[in-house]
Ligand binder design. Structure first.
Ligand code: G6P
Ligand code: MG
Length: 222
């Protein structure tokens, strides 16, 4: 059923608002997060796999750090967690600084423009505190009626706060919202908010999504 046109049409029918995750949906920063967390883990003397990394997607910076330290059995090591999180973020930002409009993922601009043209309201719903910086660097900032990011929410995905805040900002009821997400935590957050969800990536990694596609380039708005 991946990318099935009829499923997509059914899912999009009657939706008033689209809410987009950022990292891994609009831009390929999910790989940057992975590289920076791995660099930190390696410096601390351990490693973790791409499969483990799936659990970091959509999760806030400090919660991700807790998870990484648990994998390295370093929770009791008396480490300065704020310092470690800052270090990871600095490495991550080195990668972000090199980004530009060419780093927007295939099909994203066409999809956002088509959504706007059909009167659909759009919001960003991201756990990242760097979301606005990335929108600016890639030229995506003008495409959203509302931006709810890691600076605006207290509770991390899979809690539905970020998506409920986005729906509220757009004046849309949850069941009229469609969320686009590459993280299991994000799909779970959308479902907890009472919204439909399109998974971006692989079906095996994204349980409970109403539809899974490889990227927004696979979806056309009529
Ligand atoms: C997104 C990413 C996570 C990241 C989180 C916080 O949800 O999927 O991998 O940890 O944002 O990002 P930040 O840029 O604030 O460290
Ligand atoms: Mg993501």
């Amino acid at each position: 059923m991946t990318g099935d046109r009829n499923n997509w049409k059914q899912l999009a029918a009657g939706k008033e608002a689209f809410i987009f995750d950022l990292d891994g949906v609009l831009v390929d920063t999910a790989t940057f997060h992975y590289r920076a967390w791995r660099r930190l883990a390696n410096e601390l003397g351990f490693d973790f796999s791409m499969q483990q990394n799936e659990l970091l997607k959509g999760v806030s910076r400090m919660q991700s750090l807790e998870q990484v330290l648990t994998w390295g059995r370093m929770q009791q090591a008396g480490l300065d967690k704020e310092h470690l999180a800052e270090k990871k973020n600095a490495w991550y930002l080195e990668l972000v600084e090199r980004m530009g409009p060419d780093d927007v993922l295939p099909g994203v601009l066409a999809f956002l423009r088509a959504a706007k043209a059909t009167g659909i309201r759009t919001a960003l719903g991201s756990a990242s505190k760097n979301a606005r910086l990335i929108l600016d660097r890639t030229g995506l900032q003008g495409y959203f009626d509302a931006v709810i990011d890691g600076n605006a929410v207290v509770l991390s995905k899979p809690h539905p706060e970020v998506f409920l805040r986005a729906a509220e900002a757009l004046g849309a009821a949850p069941d009229a919202c469609l969320v686009f997400e590459d993280a299991q935590a994000g799909i779970d957050a959308a479902k907890a908010a009472g919204m439909s969800a399109v998974g971006i990536g692989s079906g095996t990694a994204l349980q409970r999504a109403d539809l899974v596609v490889a990227g927004l380039a696979d979806l056309k708005i009529d």
